[in-house]
Structures are given as structure tokens and as C-alpha cells.
Design a protein around this ligand. Structure first.
Ligand code: SF4
Length: 259
């Protein structure tokens, strides 16, 4: 357990999105991300901070600050203080956790022994890193990025046409080794049907029964509006032509005002 991680925060809450919505979840948020999603609501995670914060008791009111990187044993101690064993899931989230695969593997293995299932929330592109940790993960919640709204952090501004479908497909093939996998796609009023069709075909080529969650964007930054109800229902119908498990689930933690 000699590994350490650059973190942003550790806190106890409920899962706000995806199929496990509402489940008591302990969040371990990693610092650093190599993508720039137009609608990202956590740009403070893009670069690992010098210090991270640990919630002292559930409720989001009292925190203490700790220098990065944090030893796995220190994370475990903080998780126990938040009664990790009473949670249904530990969510390893970010930023992008798979930029630190050694830390993800060590933390997942240690926290799993406390009882909760380990849920990895990832942008779904770091396939080699996933290979290293997949045996420690119970649920892979992978994003499917649309090239019209997302770019690599090091890509020149205005660059487009990244082969995300191909990369996500390779990632999904490895993710399926976990007991559960779910694909999440964030849609905005400008999401293009052609891109979503290509996504559905790429997922169906791996397994048409893969659970897919369509998540309407919560307006943030340059994204000012959510898609209309009619457009969302039409997208669900469209995806269901190729995929057998498609659900429409908005972010609920924003509505509830919880962390
Ligand atoms: S992958 Fe996640 S953290 Fe990174 S830019 Fe996109 S939404 Fe933000």
C-alpha cells in the first residue's frame, strides 16, 4: 500500500447520476484531466491542486485540508472516519482517475475490503490504464464523448474529428471484464444526431445490450440551455433502434443542492 494519489476531495453523499442514482456513495475525486469538455462543471479538477480536502463528517459542512499527494493509508483513514462501510458504493471519480492507475488500483483494492462496491467514473479513453486496474473494479461508468463538444487538453483550439468512437470502443471491450458496465453520454441542444447514431452503432458492434444513459447537460459555462423534452425523447427512440437498454437520467445532485 505504498502508493499515493493527487486528489481534489473525499466526501460522503448520494450518487447524483447514472443507474445508481440515489445510492449512498463515498466519493474520492482525483485531480487532473486530459480532456476539455465544453460543458465541464468541474474545471477546478483539470490540474491537480497542491492540497485536497477531506470531509470530516457527512453533510458537506466541515473539511480539513491535506497536502498532495496523499498516501493510500491516509485515504483509508479518512474513508473510515466517514463510515465508508455504510455506503453502497465508493466512486473513484475526477478529473480523470485513470491518469493515476497505480493509485486507482491500490485505493480500489483497499476500499473494496471495507464493504462498498467500487465504481469507476471515467472519460472512457485510457484503455491501457484500465487494463491495469480492471480486476479491482465492480462497476465501470464510462463516458462516451462526442467530438463536436470535447477536445484533448493538448489539442489546438478548433481542432475536431478526434476518433473518439474508435477509442471508446476499445475501452468498452476491456470495461466489459468488470461485473457491470454502463455508458453515459451527455447531450446538449447542439449534439448532432449523426454522431449519436455513430456512437450507437459502435456500442452495438461490441454488445447491443450495453446499458446506455442519456444525460441531458446541466447548463454550465458556455452551455446555457438544456435540450428540450421533445428532442430528448426523440433521441431515446433513435438510440433504441440500435441499442436495447437506453435510459434518460438527468443529474439529480444539482437539483437537490448536495455535493
Ligand atoms: S472528462 Fe470530466 S473532468 Fe475532464 S473535462 Fe470532461 S467533464 Fe471535465
Amino acid at each position: 500500500m505504498g502508493s499515493s494519489a493527487d486528489l481534489v476531495e473525499i466526501f460522503s453523499s448520494i450518487q447524483g447520476e447514472g443507474p445508481s442514482v440515489g445510492e449512498p456513495t463515498l466519493f474520492v475525486r482525483f485531480g487532473g484531466c486530459d480532456l476539455r469538455c465544453r460543458w465541464c462543471d468541474s474545471p477546478h479538477t483539470w490540474r491537480p491542486p497542491g492540497r485536497c480536502r477531506f470531509e470530516l463528517e457527512p453533510g458537506g459542512e466541515r473539511f480539513r485540508e491535506v497536502d498532495n499527494p496523499v498516501e493510500v493509508a491516509t485515504v483509508l483513514e479518512a474513508a473510515r472516519a466517514l463510515e465508508v462501510g455504510t455506503h453502497r458504493f465508493v466512486s473513484l471519480t475526477g478529473g480523470e482517475p485513470l491518469l493515476q492507475p497505480e493509485a486507482v488500483g491500490a485505493l480500489a483494492s483497499a476500499l473494496r475490503q471495507e464493504g462498498p462496491r467500487i465504481l469507476l467514473e471515467t472519460h472512457g479513453l485510457a484503455t491501457e490504464a484500465l487494463e491495469q486496474v480492471i480486476s479491482h473494479i465492480d462497476v465501470v461508468s464510462m463516458d462516451w464523448k462526442l467530438a463536436s463538444e470535447v477536445r484533448r487538453a493538448d489539442a489546438p483550439r478548433g481542432a475536431s474529428g478526434e476518433p473518439f468512437h474508435e477509442w471508446h470502443q476499445a475501452f468498452l471491450r476491456v470495461a466489459r471484464r468488470a461485473p457491470e458496465v454502463v455508458v453515459k453520454v451527455v447531450v446538449t441542444p447542439s449534439s448532432e444526431c449523426g454522431e449519436l447514431d455513430a456512437m450507437a452503432s459502435a456500442i452495438a458492434a461490441v454488445d447491443a445490450s450495453t446499458p446506455v444513459v442519456l444525460q441531458p447537460v446541466t447548463p454550465f459555462g458556455p452551455v446555457r440551455e438544456a435540450p428540450t423534452a421533445a428532442s430528448l425523447l426523440s433521441l431515446v427512440r433513435r438510440l433504441r433502434e440500435r441499442l436495447s437498454s437506453v435510459r434518460l437520467i438527468p443529474q439529480t445532485h444539482k437539483q437537490l443542492g448536495v455535493l
